[in-house]
Design a protein around this ligand. Structure first.
Ligand SMILES: [Zn+2]
Length: 314
């Protein structure tokens, strides 16, 4: 079992580990540089469509994004996103299309980020998260929020510009807090959302509201959803969660009153678990482990002190 001091070290959280990609944002407006990068023989391109990309298994048992040189990429009726460069100078682009290309071999298959995030390398998961987040934002922001006219893509996918009023719109990221609450007996508070199946318990979470600090959001959400009062709040780590555009900010929080009163609207049921109780509940199937790639699983693991049983992606 780890001590609380050891637990405060930044944990490895899927989708946030440095993936070796420099986003090289200063190149996004440089059309000549982008054109040269696109046609360079080492450049790698993958297609994103509806939040999915093609992934394939390698002979040594890894899973990777299916990427091709640019000259093999299907460029008709697509939007091109420049995602960055790696330490070897390879440039990465994503093409947003209405459909994924035909499968290149038997084992290549479409996968969403929830599935692929748990399988891919940090580099590939980071590239896919970047592309999916841009695709989600582009899809929902085709019209200018200032004047209502159509917007066009600029900056290699990172700006939408209104040609009527000149406004520039940038990708949105909506902050959300996710927190593991513990009490003075070092039990953890886990809740079940109203739409979740029986036995699915996880950390509480919610969106940050306008004019609110993230620490205030933690205290408010725990009080609203579970009726529990929280005192000390400490930041742990973050995770991009482009479903469609969230950034999950992970916290540990300490309860000052353990009485539970769920709101019944978002949270159907909440319970305090000791480590032994949670281990027994996992073993009996009474509680289902959270999905593997989520920051919720990592926060619970930090408290639990060892890896959780494998959870199914959902
Ligand atoms: Zn406008």
């Amino acid at each position: 079992m780890t001590t609380s001091t050891e637990r405060s070290a930044a944990p490895q959280i899927a989708l946030t580990a440095p993936g070796g990609i420099d986003r090289a944002a200063h190149h996004r407006m440089d059309e000549a540089w982008l054109a040269a990068a696109w046609s360079h023989p080492t450049t790698r391109v993958f297609v994103v469509s509806g939040g999915q990309a093609l992934v394939d298994d390698t002979p040594d048992g890894r899973t990777e994004l299916v990427m091709t040189p640019a000259f093999e990429a299907p460029l008709t009726e697509t939007h091109r996103y420049f995602l960055g460069t790696d330490e070897d100078g390879v440039r990465y682009f994503a093409l947003q299309k209405d459909a994924l290309p035909g499968r290149m071999d038997q084992s290549a298959r479409p996968a969403g980020l929830r599935e692929a995030g748990a399988l891919l390398s940090d580099r590939d998961a980071g590239l896919m998260a970047h592309a999916v987040a841009l695709e989600n934002w582009q899809r929902l922001h085709r019209f200018c929020s200032r004047c209502g006219e159509r917007t066009v893509i600029a900056a290699a996918g990172h700006i939408r510009r209104c040609q009527a009023c000149g406004a520039e719109h940038y990708p949105r990221t909506d902050p959300a807090v996710i927190m593991l609450v513990t009490d003075d007996r070092d039990r953890a508070l886990l809740g079940r959302q109203v739409h979740w199946p029986e036995g699915r318990f996880s950390t509480l979470a919610g969106f940050v509201e306008p004019g609110e600090s993230i620490e205030q959001a933690v205290v408010r959400e725990v009080a609203e959803e579970a009726g529990v009062t929280v005192g000390e709040v400490s930041y742990v780590a973050s995770q991009p969660w482009p479903f469609p555009s969230s950034l999950m900010l992970g916290f540990m929080a300490r309860a000052t009153s353990p009485e539970i009163e769920v709101d019944g609207e978002e949270i159907h049921e909440a319970r305090w678990f000791s480590r032994d109780e949670l281990a027994k509940a996992f073993a009996s199937g009474e509680v289902l482990p959270p999905m593997g790639i989520s920051i919720a699983a990592r926060l619970i693991e930090l408290w639990y002190g060892e890896p959780l049983p494998a959870g199914a992606p959902r």
